[in-house]
Design a protein around this ligand. Structure first.
Ligand SMILES: Cc1cc2nc3c(=O)[nH]c(=O)nc-3n(C[C@H](O)[C@H](O)[C@H](O)COP(=O)(O)OP(=O)(O)OC[C@H]3O[C@@H](n4cnc5c(N)ncnc54)[C@H](O)[C@@H]3O)c2cc1C
Length: 561
Protein backbone atom coordinates (compact mmCIF):
# COMPACT_ATOMS: atom_id res chain seq x y z
CA UNK A 1 0.00 0.00 0.00
CA UNK A 2 2.76 2.43 1.08
CA UNK A 3 4.74 1.51 -1.99
CA UNK A 4 1.94 2.24 -4.42
CA UNK A 5 1.25 5.62 -2.77
CA UNK A 6 4.93 6.48 -3.19
CA UNK A 7 4.81 5.37 -6.80
CA UNK A 8 1.87 7.70 -7.47
CA UNK A 9 3.66 10.61 -5.75
CA UNK A 10 6.82 10.06 -7.79
CA UNK A 11 4.90 9.63 -11.02
CA UNK A 12 2.98 12.86 -10.50
CA UNK A 13 6.16 14.71 -9.60
CA UNK A 14 7.67 13.58 -12.88
CA UNK A 15 4.78 15.02 -14.92
CA UNK A 16 4.78 18.31 -12.94
CA UNK A 17 8.52 18.59 -13.59
CA UNK A 18 8.10 18.01 -17.35
CA UNK A 19 5.35 20.64 -17.51
CA UNK A 20 7.54 23.20 -15.68
CA UNK A 21 10.45 22.58 -18.05
CA UNK A 22 8.25 22.98 -21.13
CA UNK A 23 6.72 26.21 -19.80
CA UNK A 24 10.12 27.74 -18.94
CA UNK A 25 11.53 26.79 -22.34
CA UNK A 26 8.66 28.55 -24.05
CA UNK A 27 8.72 31.71 -21.87
CA UNK A 28 12.51 32.20 -21.21
CA UNK A 29 14.31 30.26 -23.94
CA UNK A 30 17.25 27.87 -23.29
CA UNK A 31 19.46 30.22 -21.13
CA UNK A 32 16.52 31.29 -19.02
CA UNK A 33 15.62 27.64 -18.54
CA UNK A 34 19.12 26.79 -17.30
CA UNK A 35 19.09 29.79 -14.93
CA UNK A 36 15.72 28.84 -13.46
CA UNK A 37 16.79 25.22 -13.03
CA UNK A 38 19.50 26.34 -10.56
CA UNK A 39 16.75 27.58 -8.26
CA UNK A 40 14.46 24.69 -8.92
CA UNK A 41 17.15 22.07 -8.34
CA UNK A 42 17.46 22.32 -4.55
CA UNK A 43 13.82 22.20 -3.51
CA UNK A 44 13.09 19.52 -6.10
CA UNK A 45 15.87 17.21 -4.96
CA UNK A 46 14.59 17.73 -1.44
CA UNK A 47 11.10 16.61 -2.43
CA UNK A 48 12.42 13.63 -4.40
CA UNK A 49 14.68 12.60 -1.50
CA UNK A 50 11.71 12.77 0.87
CA UNK A 51 9.59 10.65 -1.41
CA UNK A 52 12.25 7.96 -1.77
CA UNK A 53 13.12 8.01 1.94
CA UNK A 54 9.52 7.20 2.68
CA UNK A 55 10.06 3.83 0.98
CA UNK A 56 12.73 2.79 3.49
CA UNK A 57 12.09 1.93 7.12
CA UNK A 58 12.61 5.03 9.24
CA UNK A 59 16.03 4.19 10.60
CA UNK A 60 19.22 6.16 10.71
CA UNK A 61 22.17 4.29 9.26
CA UNK A 62 23.99 3.79 12.55
CA UNK A 63 21.21 1.66 13.90
CA UNK A 64 21.83 -0.71 11.03
CA UNK A 65 25.56 -0.93 11.35
CA UNK A 66 26.27 1.34 14.30
CA UNK A 67 28.98 2.56 11.97
CA UNK A 68 28.15 6.05 10.84
CA UNK A 69 29.96 7.14 13.96
CA UNK A 70 33.28 6.88 12.15
CA UNK A 71 33.95 10.26 10.57
CA UNK A 72 35.67 10.28 7.20
CA UNK A 73 38.31 12.99 7.71
CA UNK A 74 41.47 11.60 9.26
CA UNK A 75 42.82 15.18 9.65
CA UNK A 76 40.09 15.87 12.18
CA UNK A 77 41.24 12.93 14.26
CA UNK A 78 44.88 13.89 14.10
CA UNK A 79 43.95 17.38 15.25
CA UNK A 80 41.83 15.91 18.02
CA UNK A 81 44.71 13.66 19.14
CA UNK A 82 47.10 16.61 19.17
CA UNK A 83 44.68 18.69 21.19
CA UNK A 84 44.41 15.96 23.81
CA UNK A 85 48.17 15.54 23.94
CA UNK A 86 48.70 19.29 24.50
CA UNK A 87 46.21 19.16 27.36
CA UNK A 88 48.26 16.40 28.99
CA UNK A 89 51.48 18.30 28.46
CA UNK A 90 49.97 21.50 29.89
CA UNK A 91 49.01 19.51 33.00
CA UNK A 92 52.55 18.34 33.78
CA UNK A 93 55.79 17.56 31.94
CA UNK A 94 55.59 14.01 33.27
CA UNK A 95 54.08 12.02 36.11
CA UNK A 96 57.08 12.99 38.26
CA UNK A 97 55.84 16.59 38.26
CA UNK A 98 52.31 15.60 39.09
CA UNK A 99 50.75 15.02 42.49
CA UNK A 100 49.45 11.49 42.08
CA UNK A 101 46.28 10.88 44.08
CA UNK A 102 47.34 7.95 46.28
CA UNK A 103 43.73 6.98 46.91
CA UNK A 104 43.71 5.50 43.42
CA UNK A 105 46.24 2.94 44.66
CA UNK A 106 45.90 -0.24 46.74
CA UNK A 107 48.95 -2.11 47.96
CA UNK A 108 47.92 -5.71 47.40
CA UNK A 109 50.99 -7.41 48.89
CA UNK A 110 52.42 -6.76 52.34
CA UNK A 111 55.57 -5.15 51.09
CA UNK A 112 55.46 -1.48 50.27
CA UNK A 113 59.13 -0.84 49.56
CA UNK A 114 60.76 -1.44 46.20
CA UNK A 115 64.02 -3.50 46.63
CA UNK A 116 67.33 -1.67 46.34
CA UNK A 117 68.68 -3.58 43.37
CA UNK A 118 66.03 -3.66 40.72
CA UNK A 119 66.36 -3.77 36.97
CA UNK A 120 62.92 -2.57 36.05
CA UNK A 121 59.28 -1.97 36.91
CA UNK A 122 56.42 -3.75 35.14
CA UNK A 123 52.89 -2.64 34.44
CA UNK A 124 50.83 -5.83 34.33
CA UNK A 125 48.18 -4.60 31.90
CA UNK A 126 44.87 -6.38 31.92
CA UNK A 127 41.60 -4.47 31.97
CA UNK A 128 42.96 -1.16 30.68
CA UNK A 129 44.77 -1.77 27.43
CA UNK A 130 45.83 1.74 26.48
CA UNK A 131 48.88 3.89 27.00
CA UNK A 132 47.66 7.44 27.61
CA UNK A 133 45.07 8.47 30.19
CA UNK A 134 45.80 5.38 32.23
CA UNK A 135 46.48 5.91 35.96
CA UNK A 136 48.04 2.43 36.35
CA UNK A 137 50.47 3.05 33.49
CA UNK A 138 51.29 6.48 34.90
CA UNK A 139 51.92 5.09 38.36
CA UNK A 140 54.23 2.42 36.95
CA UNK A 141 56.15 5.06 35.02
CA UNK A 142 56.38 7.19 38.16
CA UNK A 143 58.04 4.30 40.03
CA UNK A 144 60.39 3.52 37.14
CA UNK A 145 61.42 7.17 36.72
CA UNK A 146 61.95 7.56 40.44
CA UNK A 147 64.22 4.51 40.57
CA UNK A 148 65.82 5.32 37.20
CA UNK A 149 65.06 1.92 35.70
CA UNK A 150 63.41 0.63 32.51
CA UNK A 151 59.63 0.29 32.31
CA UNK A 152 57.99 -2.83 30.89
CA UNK A 153 54.40 -3.67 30.05
CA UNK A 154 53.22 -7.30 30.23
CA UNK A 155 49.89 -8.61 29.03
CA UNK A 156 49.12 -12.20 30.05
CA UNK A 157 46.96 -13.77 27.36
CA UNK A 158 44.93 -16.85 28.20
CA UNK A 159 43.67 -19.41 25.71
CA UNK A 160 40.02 -19.22 26.78
CA UNK A 161 38.11 -16.61 28.75
CA UNK A 162 34.56 -17.27 29.97
CA UNK A 163 32.27 -17.42 26.92
CA UNK A 164 34.32 -15.07 24.75
CA UNK A 165 34.40 -15.83 21.03
CA UNK A 166 37.00 -14.89 18.44
CA UNK A 167 35.12 -11.59 18.00
CA UNK A 168 36.27 -10.39 21.41
CA UNK A 169 39.78 -11.87 21.24
CA UNK A 170 40.26 -10.20 17.87
CA UNK A 171 39.23 -6.84 19.34
CA UNK A 172 41.49 -7.29 22.35
CA UNK A 173 44.58 -8.56 20.52
CA UNK A 174 44.46 -6.07 17.64
CA UNK A 175 44.10 -3.33 20.25
CA UNK A 176 47.15 -4.69 22.06
CA UNK A 177 49.15 -4.66 18.84
CA UNK A 178 48.59 -0.90 18.72
CA UNK A 179 49.50 -0.55 22.39
CA UNK A 180 52.77 -2.39 21.69
CA UNK A 181 53.54 0.00 18.81
CA UNK A 182 52.80 3.04 20.99
CA UNK A 183 55.00 1.62 23.77
CA UNK A 184 57.86 1.15 21.32
CA UNK A 185 57.71 4.83 20.34
CA UNK A 186 58.00 5.67 24.04
CA UNK A 187 60.98 3.35 24.66
CA UNK A 188 58.86 1.05 26.82
CA UNK A 189 59.04 -2.63 26.01
CA UNK A 190 55.83 -4.59 25.58
CA UNK A 191 55.62 -8.34 26.30
CA UNK A 192 52.82 -10.70 25.45
CA UNK A 193 53.00 -13.65 27.84
CA UNK A 194 51.05 -16.80 27.09
CA UNK A 195 49.07 -17.89 30.18
CA UNK A 196 47.28 -16.28 33.11
CA UNK A 197 48.97 -13.65 35.25
CA UNK A 198 49.24 -15.88 38.30
CA UNK A 199 50.89 -18.64 36.24
CA UNK A 200 53.39 -16.74 34.12
CA UNK A 201 54.03 -13.31 35.56
CA UNK A 202 55.81 -14.21 38.84
CA UNK A 203 58.49 -16.27 37.02
CA UNK A 204 58.98 -13.53 34.45
CA UNK A 205 59.42 -11.00 37.25
CA UNK A 206 62.10 -13.15 38.90
CA UNK A 207 63.87 -13.87 35.61
CA UNK A 208 64.23 -10.18 34.78
CA UNK A 209 64.84 -8.92 38.29
CA UNK A 210 61.81 -6.67 38.27
CA UNK A 211 61.40 -4.67 41.47
CA UNK A 212 57.71 -3.77 41.46
CA UNK A 213 54.50 -4.90 39.75
CA UNK A 214 51.73 -2.40 39.09
CA UNK A 215 48.41 -3.75 37.87
CA UNK A 216 45.02 -2.34 36.98
CA UNK A 217 41.73 -3.15 38.67
CA UNK A 218 38.93 -5.52 37.72
CA UNK A 219 36.24 -6.52 40.25
CA UNK A 220 35.35 -9.79 38.51
CA UNK A 221 36.06 -13.22 39.99
CA UNK A 222 38.54 -14.58 37.44
CA UNK A 223 40.90 -11.58 37.34
CA UNK A 224 40.69 -11.26 41.14
CA UNK A 225 41.81 -14.90 41.26
CA UNK A 226 44.82 -14.08 39.06
CA UNK A 227 45.69 -11.21 41.35
CA UNK A 228 45.46 -13.40 44.40
CA UNK A 229 47.58 -16.13 42.77
CA UNK A 230 50.24 -13.64 41.64
CA UNK A 231 50.36 -12.13 45.13
CA UNK A 232 51.09 -15.56 46.62
CA UNK A 233 53.77 -16.42 44.08
CA UNK A 234 55.64 -13.12 43.85
CA UNK A 235 58.75 -12.84 46.00
CA UNK A 236 58.14 -11.13 49.31
CA UNK A 237 60.27 -8.11 48.46
CA UNK A 238 58.43 -7.29 45.24
CA UNK A 239 55.43 -5.08 45.93
CA UNK A 240 52.23 -5.69 43.99
CA UNK A 241 50.35 -2.44 43.61
CA UNK A 242 46.89 -2.08 42.16
CA UNK A 243 45.59 1.13 40.61
CA UNK A 244 41.97 1.61 39.60
CA UNK A 245 42.46 2.89 36.07
CA UNK A 246 38.92 2.09 34.94
CA UNK A 247 36.74 4.09 37.29
CA UNK A 248 36.92 7.82 37.73
CA UNK A 249 36.34 7.58 41.47
CA UNK A 250 38.26 4.45 42.51
CA UNK A 251 35.85 1.64 43.37
CA UNK A 252 37.06 1.37 46.98
CA UNK A 253 36.84 5.16 47.46
CA UNK A 254 33.37 5.60 45.96
CA UNK A 255 31.92 3.35 48.62
CA UNK A 256 33.11 0.83 51.17
CA UNK A 257 30.06 -1.38 50.79
CA UNK A 258 27.62 -2.81 48.31
CA UNK A 259 25.24 -0.02 47.34
CA UNK A 260 21.52 -0.53 47.11
CA UNK A 261 20.87 1.46 43.94
CA UNK A 262 21.94 4.43 41.80
CA UNK A 263 20.12 6.64 44.30
CA UNK A 264 22.41 5.61 47.16
CA UNK A 265 25.72 5.83 45.26
CA UNK A 266 25.04 8.90 43.07
CA UNK A 267 25.98 11.53 45.61
CA UNK A 268 28.93 9.52 46.91
CA UNK A 269 30.38 9.57 43.39
CA UNK A 270 29.31 13.03 42.23
CA UNK A 271 30.57 14.72 45.39
CA UNK A 272 34.07 13.36 44.66
CA UNK A 273 34.28 14.35 41.00
CA UNK A 274 36.08 17.63 41.71
CA UNK A 275 38.89 15.60 43.18
CA UNK A 276 39.00 12.75 40.65
CA UNK A 277 37.64 14.01 37.33
CA UNK A 278 40.90 15.74 36.47
CA UNK A 279 43.14 16.09 33.42
CA UNK A 280 45.91 13.47 32.98
CA UNK A 281 49.64 14.11 32.67
CA UNK A 282 51.31 12.32 29.72
CA UNK A 283 53.08 8.97 29.69
CA UNK A 284 56.41 10.21 28.30
CA UNK A 285 59.26 8.71 26.31
CA UNK A 286 61.01 6.61 28.91
CA UNK A 287 64.63 7.65 29.46
CA UNK A 288 65.89 4.22 30.66
CA UNK A 289 66.08 1.52 28.01
CA UNK A 290 65.30 -2.14 28.65
CA UNK A 291 68.35 -4.41 29.02
CA UNK A 292 66.77 -7.22 27.01
CA UNK A 293 64.66 -7.49 23.88
CA UNK A 294 61.03 -8.60 24.17
CA UNK A 295 60.15 -11.92 22.51
CA UNK A 296 58.78 -11.30 18.99
CA UNK A 297 54.99 -11.49 18.80
CA UNK A 298 53.03 -13.17 16.02
CA UNK A 299 49.81 -11.19 16.37
CA UNK A 300 47.76 -13.15 13.85
CA UNK A 301 48.78 -16.43 15.44
CA UNK A 302 47.83 -15.02 18.84
CA UNK A 303 44.28 -14.58 17.55
CA UNK A 304 43.83 -17.86 15.71
CA UNK A 305 45.30 -19.95 18.50
CA UNK A 306 42.64 -18.92 21.04
CA UNK A 307 40.18 -21.60 22.10
CA UNK A 308 37.18 -19.54 21.11
CA UNK A 309 34.17 -19.88 18.82
CA UNK A 310 35.48 -18.91 15.39
CA UNK A 311 31.98 -18.65 13.93
CA UNK A 312 31.48 -15.42 15.83
CA UNK A 313 33.94 -13.12 14.13
CA UNK A 314 34.86 -9.42 14.20
CA UNK A 315 32.40 -6.74 13.09
CA UNK A 316 33.02 -3.86 10.70
CA UNK A 317 31.62 -0.94 12.62
CA UNK A 318 33.81 -1.36 15.72
CA UNK A 319 37.51 -1.48 14.96
CA UNK A 320 39.86 -1.97 17.87
CA UNK A 321 42.35 0.49 19.29
CA UNK A 322 42.63 3.92 20.86
CA UNK A 323 42.61 5.71 17.47
CA UNK A 324 39.30 4.11 16.49
CA UNK A 325 37.86 4.82 19.93
CA UNK A 326 38.73 8.48 19.41
CA UNK A 327 37.00 8.46 16.03
CA UNK A 328 33.87 7.09 17.64
CA UNK A 329 34.12 9.67 20.42
CA UNK A 330 34.61 12.54 17.98
CA UNK A 331 31.57 11.53 15.97
CA UNK A 332 29.55 11.24 19.17
CA UNK A 333 30.54 14.75 20.24
CA UNK A 334 29.90 16.23 16.77
CA UNK A 335 26.80 14.35 15.73
CA UNK A 336 25.01 12.32 18.39
CA UNK A 337 25.51 13.90 21.79
CA UNK A 338 22.86 16.56 21.08
CA UNK A 339 20.23 13.81 20.78
CA UNK A 340 21.39 11.74 23.75
CA UNK A 341 18.94 13.21 26.30
CA UNK A 342 15.85 12.75 24.16
CA UNK A 343 16.55 9.81 21.84
CA UNK A 344 18.79 7.39 23.71
CA UNK A 345 15.93 5.01 24.43
CA UNK A 346 14.84 4.80 20.81
CA UNK A 347 16.60 1.90 19.04
CA UNK A 348 15.72 3.34 15.62
CA UNK A 349 17.67 6.53 16.32
CA UNK A 350 21.37 7.15 16.30
CA UNK A 351 21.92 8.82 19.64
CA UNK A 352 24.22 6.58 21.67
CA UNK A 353 27.96 6.95 22.10
CA UNK A 354 28.55 3.34 20.94
CA UNK A 355 31.71 3.45 23.02
CA UNK A 356 31.10 0.39 25.21
CA UNK A 357 33.41 -1.98 23.24
CA UNK A 358 36.38 0.35 23.76
CA UNK A 359 35.37 1.09 27.36
CA UNK A 360 35.16 -2.61 28.11
CA UNK A 361 38.70 -3.34 26.90
CA UNK A 362 39.98 -0.08 28.38
CA UNK A 363 41.11 1.07 24.94
CA UNK A 364 39.85 4.55 25.82
CA UNK A 365 39.49 6.03 29.28
CA UNK A 366 35.97 6.83 30.47
CA UNK A 367 37.53 9.73 32.35
CA UNK A 368 38.91 11.17 29.11
CA UNK A 369 35.50 10.77 27.44
CA UNK A 370 33.76 12.41 30.41
CA UNK A 371 36.17 15.38 30.22
CA UNK A 372 35.47 15.80 26.50
CA UNK A 373 31.70 15.46 26.91
CA UNK A 374 31.71 17.99 29.76
CA UNK A 375 33.07 20.65 27.44
CA UNK A 376 29.63 20.68 25.76
CA UNK A 377 27.76 21.31 28.98
CA UNK A 378 26.92 24.93 28.13
CA UNK A 379 25.01 24.11 24.95
CA UNK A 380 23.84 20.55 25.57
CA UNK A 381 23.29 20.51 29.30
CA UNK A 382 20.65 17.79 29.45
CA UNK A 383 22.49 15.42 27.14
CA UNK A 384 25.76 15.95 28.96
CA UNK A 385 24.12 15.27 32.33
CA UNK A 386 22.37 12.18 31.01
CA UNK A 387 25.58 10.81 29.53
CA UNK A 388 27.59 11.41 32.71
CA UNK A 389 24.88 9.66 34.72
CA UNK A 390 25.22 6.55 32.50
CA UNK A 391 28.96 6.54 31.97
CA UNK A 392 29.95 7.44 35.52
CA UNK A 393 27.18 6.70 38.05
CA UNK A 394 25.58 3.63 36.44
CA UNK A 395 28.85 2.16 35.24
CA UNK A 396 30.62 2.63 38.57
CA UNK A 397 27.58 1.24 40.38
CA UNK A 398 28.08 -1.95 38.34
CA UNK A 399 31.71 -2.18 39.47
CA UNK A 400 30.56 -1.58 43.05
CA UNK A 401 28.10 -4.47 42.82
CA UNK A 402 30.59 -6.94 41.36
CA UNK A 403 33.34 -5.90 43.79
CA UNK A 404 31.27 -6.24 46.95
CA UNK A 405 28.83 -9.00 46.00
CA UNK A 406 30.38 -12.43 45.68
CA UNK A 407 27.29 -13.73 43.84
CA UNK A 408 27.21 -11.00 41.22
CA UNK A 409 26.06 -13.42 38.50
CA UNK A 410 23.69 -15.61 40.44
CA UNK A 411 20.16 -15.36 41.86
CA UNK A 412 21.83 -15.67 45.27
CA UNK A 413 23.15 -12.14 44.69
CA UNK A 414 19.62 -10.68 44.44
CA UNK A 415 17.89 -8.88 47.33
CA UNK A 416 15.75 -10.99 49.66
CA UNK A 417 12.48 -9.55 48.30
CA UNK A 418 13.53 -10.44 44.75
CA UNK A 419 14.62 -13.98 45.62
CA UNK A 420 11.36 -14.54 47.48
CA UNK A 421 9.10 -13.23 44.73
CA UNK A 422 10.89 -15.26 42.06
CA UNK A 423 10.55 -18.31 44.25
CA UNK A 424 6.84 -17.67 44.86
CA UNK A 425 6.31 -17.70 41.08
CA UNK A 426 8.71 -20.50 40.26
CA UNK A 427 5.92 -22.89 39.32
CA UNK A 428 3.82 -20.40 37.32
CA UNK A 429 2.92 -21.67 33.88
CA UNK A 430 5.12 -20.13 31.17
CA UNK A 431 3.28 -19.22 27.93
CA UNK A 432 6.36 -20.14 25.91
CA UNK A 433 9.50 -22.06 26.73
CA UNK A 434 12.59 -21.86 24.54
CA UNK A 435 15.91 -23.62 24.57
CA UNK A 436 19.21 -21.76 24.53
CA UNK A 437 19.67 -22.83 20.93
CA UNK A 438 16.29 -21.44 19.84
CA UNK A 439 17.08 -18.17 21.55
CA UNK A 440 20.55 -17.96 19.99
CA UNK A 441 19.03 -18.55 16.55
CA UNK A 442 16.31 -15.90 17.01
CA UNK A 443 13.56 -18.49 16.69
CA UNK A 444 10.89 -17.17 19.04
CA UNK A 445 7.32 -16.08 18.27
CA UNK A 446 8.36 -12.44 18.90
CA UNK A 447 9.73 -10.63 15.84
CA UNK A 448 11.02 -7.69 17.90
CA UNK A 449 12.95 -9.97 20.26
CA UNK A 450 14.31 -11.94 17.30
CA UNK A 451 15.43 -8.72 15.60
CA UNK A 452 17.24 -7.58 18.73
CA UNK A 453 18.96 -10.97 18.95
CA UNK A 454 19.96 -10.70 15.27
CA UNK A 455 21.43 -7.27 16.00
CA UNK A 456 23.47 -8.80 18.82
CA UNK A 457 24.73 -11.71 16.73
CA UNK A 458 25.50 -9.70 13.60
CA UNK A 459 26.78 -6.46 15.05
CA UNK A 460 28.20 -7.54 18.38
CA UNK A 461 26.14 -4.98 20.31
CA UNK A 462 22.44 -4.65 20.99
CA UNK A 463 20.82 -1.27 21.54
CA UNK A 464 20.74 -0.46 25.29
CA UNK A 465 16.95 -0.13 25.51
CA UNK A 466 16.36 -3.47 23.84
CA UNK A 467 18.88 -5.19 26.08
CA UNK A 468 16.39 -4.74 28.94
CA UNK A 469 13.40 -6.06 26.95
CA UNK A 470 15.51 -8.91 25.60
CA UNK A 471 16.67 -10.18 29.01
CA UNK A 472 13.23 -9.80 30.60
CA UNK A 473 11.67 -11.95 27.89
CA UNK A 474 14.26 -14.62 28.59
CA UNK A 475 12.95 -14.68 32.17
CA UNK A 476 9.41 -15.08 30.80
CA UNK A 477 10.30 -17.87 28.35
CA UNK A 478 12.61 -20.19 30.30
CA UNK A 479 11.74 -22.79 32.94
CA UNK A 480 13.44 -21.07 35.91
CA UNK A 481 15.02 -17.70 36.82
CA UNK A 482 18.35 -19.56 37.12
CA UNK A 483 18.05 -20.66 33.48
CA UNK A 484 17.10 -17.13 32.44
CA UNK A 485 20.17 -15.66 34.11
CA UNK A 486 22.45 -18.34 32.73
CA UNK A 487 21.16 -17.96 29.16
CA UNK A 488 21.16 -14.17 29.13
CA UNK A 489 24.70 -14.01 30.50
CA UNK A 490 25.89 -16.64 28.05
CA UNK A 491 24.38 -14.91 25.00
CA UNK A 492 25.60 -11.50 26.13
CA UNK A 493 29.12 -12.74 26.87
CA UNK A 494 29.40 -14.81 23.73
CA UNK A 495 28.19 -12.33 21.12
CA UNK A 496 28.61 -8.85 22.57
CA UNK A 497 31.99 -7.17 22.15
CA UNK A 498 31.40 -5.38 25.45
CA UNK A 499 30.28 -8.58 27.24
CA UNK A 500 31.99 -10.24 30.24
CA UNK A 501 31.80 -6.88 31.94
CA UNK A 502 30.37 -5.78 35.32
CA UNK A 503 27.82 -3.78 33.30
CA UNK A 504 26.70 -6.99 31.60
CA UNK A 505 26.28 -8.97 34.82
CA UNK A 506 24.43 -6.10 36.44
CA UNK A 507 22.29 -5.60 33.29
CA UNK A 508 21.22 -9.25 33.35
CA UNK A 509 20.75 -9.24 37.13
CA UNK A 510 18.66 -6.04 36.92
CA UNK A 511 16.43 -7.55 34.25
CA UNK A 512 16.02 -11.01 35.74
CA UNK A 513 16.24 -10.44 39.47
CA UNK A 514 15.69 -6.76 40.14
CA UNK A 515 19.20 -5.72 41.23
CA UNK A 516 19.30 -1.95 41.90
CA UNK A 517 15.55 -1.82 41.22
CA UNK A 518 12.42 -1.86 43.38
CA UNK A 519 9.41 -4.17 43.58
CA UNK A 520 6.54 -3.57 41.10
CA UNK A 521 2.94 -4.77 40.80
CA UNK A 522 2.91 -8.56 41.14
CA UNK A 523 2.23 -10.70 38.08
CA UNK A 524 2.77 -14.24 36.81
CA UNK A 525 6.34 -15.54 36.43
CA UNK A 526 7.92 -12.15 37.19
CA UNK A 527 6.39 -11.75 40.63
CA UNK A 528 7.38 -8.23 41.68
CA UNK A 529 10.26 -7.96 39.20
CA UNK A 530 9.70 -5.12 36.73
CA UNK A 531 7.91 -6.29 33.59
CA UNK A 532 8.33 -5.11 29.99
CA UNK A 533 6.25 -6.04 26.97
CA UNK A 534 5.85 -5.71 23.22
CA UNK A 535 2.97 -3.22 23.47
CA UNK A 536 5.09 -0.99 25.69
CA UNK A 537 7.89 -1.02 23.11
CA UNK A 538 5.36 -0.15 20.39
CA UNK A 539 4.42 2.97 22.32
CA UNK A 540 8.08 3.96 22.73
CA UNK A 541 9.44 3.59 19.22
CA UNK A 542 8.71 2.48 15.67
CA UNK A 543 9.18 -1.25 16.22
CA UNK A 544 8.18 -2.04 12.62
CA UNK A 545 11.13 -0.02 11.37
CA UNK A 546 13.48 -1.85 13.70
CA UNK A 547 12.11 -5.26 12.69
CA UNK A 548 12.31 -4.37 8.99
CA UNK A 549 15.94 -3.44 9.42
CA UNK A 550 17.03 -6.65 11.16
CA UNK A 551 14.51 -9.03 9.64
CA UNK A 552 13.35 -10.90 12.74
CA UNK A 553 10.50 -13.26 11.82
CA UNK A 554 7.52 -14.50 13.82
CA UNK A 555 8.29 -18.19 14.37
CA UNK A 556 5.45 -20.58 15.02
CA UNK A 557 5.60 -21.78 18.60
CA UNK A 558 5.63 -25.53 18.99
CA UNK A 559 5.54 -26.46 22.69
CA UNK A 560 8.06 -29.13 23.62
CA UNK A 561 6.45 -32.30 24.95
C1 LIG B 1 20.65 -7.28 29.81
C2 LIG B 1 21.70 -6.20 29.72
C3 LIG B 1 22.99 -6.53 29.38
C4 LIG B 1 23.98 -5.55 29.32
N1 LIG B 1 25.24 -5.94 28.98
C5 LIG B 1 26.24 -5.01 28.96
C6 LIG B 1 27.56 -5.40 28.67
O1 LIG B 1 27.84 -6.58 28.46
N2 LIG B 1 28.52 -4.44 28.65
C7 LIG B 1 28.24 -3.13 28.88
O2 LIG B 1 29.14 -2.29 28.84
N3 LIG B 1 27.00 -2.74 29.18
C8 LIG B 1 25.98 -3.63 29.22
N4 LIG B 1 24.70 -3.23 29.53
C9 LIG B 1 24.47 -1.82 29.91
C10 LIG B 1 24.11 -0.88 28.73
O3 LIG B 1 23.04 -1.38 28.02
C11 LIG B 1 25.31 -0.68 27.81
O4 LIG B 1 26.38 -0.16 28.57
C12 LIG B 1 25.07 0.28 26.65
O5 LIG B 1 24.04 -0.21 25.85
C13 LIG B 1 26.36 0.40 25.84
O6 LIG B 1 26.16 1.14 24.70
P1 LIG B 1 26.79 2.61 24.52
O7 LIG B 1 28.22 2.61 24.85
O8 LIG B 1 26.39 3.10 23.17
O9 LIG B 1 26.00 3.35 25.68
P2 LIG B 1 25.72 4.86 26.00
O10 LIG B 1 24.27 4.97 26.25
O11 LIG B 1 26.34 5.77 25.04
O12 LIG B 1 26.39 5.03 27.45
C14 LIG B 1 27.76 5.33 27.62
C15 LIG B 1 28.35 4.38 28.62
O13 LIG B 1 27.67 4.45 29.86
C16 LIG B 1 27.66 3.17 30.48
N5 LIG B 1 26.28 2.70 30.62
C17 LIG B 1 25.21 2.98 29.85
N6 LIG B 1 24.11 2.37 30.31
C18 LIG B 1 24.50 1.67 31.38
C19 LIG B 1 23.83 0.83 32.30
N7 LIG B 1 22.53 0.57 32.21
N8 LIG B 1 24.54 0.25 33.29
C20 LIG B 1 25.86 0.49 33.42
N9 LIG B 1 26.54 1.29 32.59
C21 LIG B 1 25.88 1.87 31.59
C22 LIG B 1 28.42 2.23 29.55
O14 LIG B 1 29.75 2.17 29.96
C23 LIG B 1 28.28 2.91 28.21
O15 LIG B 1 29.28 2.57 27.29
C24 LIG B 1 23.68 -4.20 29.61
C25 LIG B 1 22.38 -3.86 29.97
C26 LIG B 1 21.39 -4.86 30.03
C27 LIG B 1 20.00 -4.48 30.42
Amino acid sequence: MKLSVNFIICNNLYWVLCLCVALLWRVCGFKGLLFSMRFLYKPLTGVIKMASAAKKPKLSTAATSQSNGIPSKSNDIEEFMKKLQSKREETAASILDYKFNKKRVRIVSQEQMVPDKLEGVVYWMSRDSRVQDNWAFLFAQKLALKHEVPLHVCFCLIAKYLDASVRQFDFLIKGLEKVAADCKKLNISFHLLEGSGDEVLPQWVVKHNIGAVVCDFNPLRVPLGWLDGAKKKLKKDVPLIQVDAHNIVPCWVASEKQEYSARTIRNKINSKLDEYLTEFPPVIKHPYSAKFEPEPIDWDEAIVSREADKNVGPVDWARPGYDNALKMLKSFLDQRLKEFATKRNDPTKDALSNLSPWFHFGQISVQRVALCVQEHKGKQTESVNAFLEEAIVRRELADNFCFYCEHYDSIKGASNWAQKTLDDHRKDKRTHIYTLEQLAKSETHDDLWNSAQIQLVKEGKMHGFLRMYWAKKILEWTPTPEDALKYSIYLNDHYSIDGRDPNGYVGCMWSVCGIHDQGWAERAVFGKIRYMNYEGCKRKFDIKAFIARYGGKVHKYVPKK
